[in-house]
Design a protein around this ligand. Structure first.
Ligand code: AP5
Ligand code: MG
Length: 241
């Protein structure tokens, strides 16, 4: 073999490897975030979406946007959310499947707050299987209940863009004002302590079983959510590569 043939083979192997790895990564970014209310799913999902250039899809954010616009969906969702209850599966599943069918989801997405019940997980699994596809990672952000109520009462959310802060751990530059868009920051209605306790109970009854569901699928990854936001993210990027 001549030197130029050897070089050409090396280049094509390297090229193949680059393309292959790129394709592999592109197809390996369907992520589900698991964790109790307030565990930091939204905080981490936003950072994942930015780093890997995939959409961040939060069913809670979709409902809150509808509430703000006063749509029929928003009105219906609000009646459940204000009590800390789950919005019925029929409503939630349709919204989610419509969203992941959009063009920007073809290289993956990070789901935050969906699935939240075993039936939701099964519907998602079946819908993906029909396209010969699957979820690649389920990341459980683990935070014990005792930390949750304290965290939620300190959370502040932007009324306009939905960005979240924490008065102690992730404070905005100017108190009560969103760094990103300058709007007012508020305590979400469902972050009041009595509603948080109800959300936690529902989490343990209906959502926590998803940890076993995804463990059985062989894609569960656990991260400690009690450490600093940046360190949680660093541990997630070690998993995602
Ligand atoms: P949703 O909006 O999904 O609420 P949730 O699951 O209760 O979760 P949160 O958004 O409250 O918490 P998070 O884990 O995103 O934490 P965050 O990053 O903000 O859903 C709301 C409601 O909509 C539900 O109750 C339900 O009614 C309905 N709904 C939505 N999806 C549904 C579905 N699939 N089916 C049925 N109903 C559905 O962080 C929390 C706070 O902690 C912030 O202040 C943050 O700054 C701070 N923080 C984050 N990480 C850290 C850290 N490492 N250290 C210290 N502070 C931190
Ligand atoms: Mg959230």
């Amino acid at each position: 073999m001549t030197l130029s043939e050897v070089l050409s083979n090396l280049v094509s192997d390297r090229f193949y490897e680059m393309v292959f790895l790129h394709e592999k990564r592109k197809n390996k970014m369907k992520i589900v975030m698991l964790g109790a209310p307030g565990a930091g799913k939204g905080t981490q999902a936003k950072m994942i979406a930015e780093k890997y250039t995939i959409p961040h899809i939060s069913t809670g954010d979709i409902f809150r946007a509808n509430i703000k616009e006063g749509t029929p969906l928003g009105l219906e969702a609000k009646s459940y959310m204000d009590q800390g209850k789950l919005v019925p599966d029929e409503l939630t599943v349709k919204i989610l499947l419509d969203r992941v069918a959009k063009d920007d989801c073809r290289n993956g997405y990070v789901l935050d707050g969906f699935p939240r019940t075993i039936p939701q997980a099964n519907v998602l699994k079946e819908a993906l299987e029909k396209q010969n596809d699957k979820i690649d990672y389920a990341i459980n952000v683990d935070v014990p209940d005792e930390n949750i109520v304290r965290r939620m009462s300190g959370r502040r959310a932007c009324v306009t863009c939905g960005a979240t802060y924490h008065i102690e751990h992730v404070p905005p530059k100017k108190e009560g004002i969103c760094d990103k868009c300058g709007s007012e920051l508020i305590l979400r209605d469902d972050d009041k302590p009595e509603t948080v306790l109800n959300r936690l109970k529902i989490y343990h009854d209906q959502t926590q079983p998803l940890i076993d569901f995804y463990s059985n699928e062989g894609i569960l990854k656990e991260v400690d959510g009690t450490i600093d936001v940046k360190d949680v993210f660093e541990n997630i990027t070690k998993i995602l590569g």
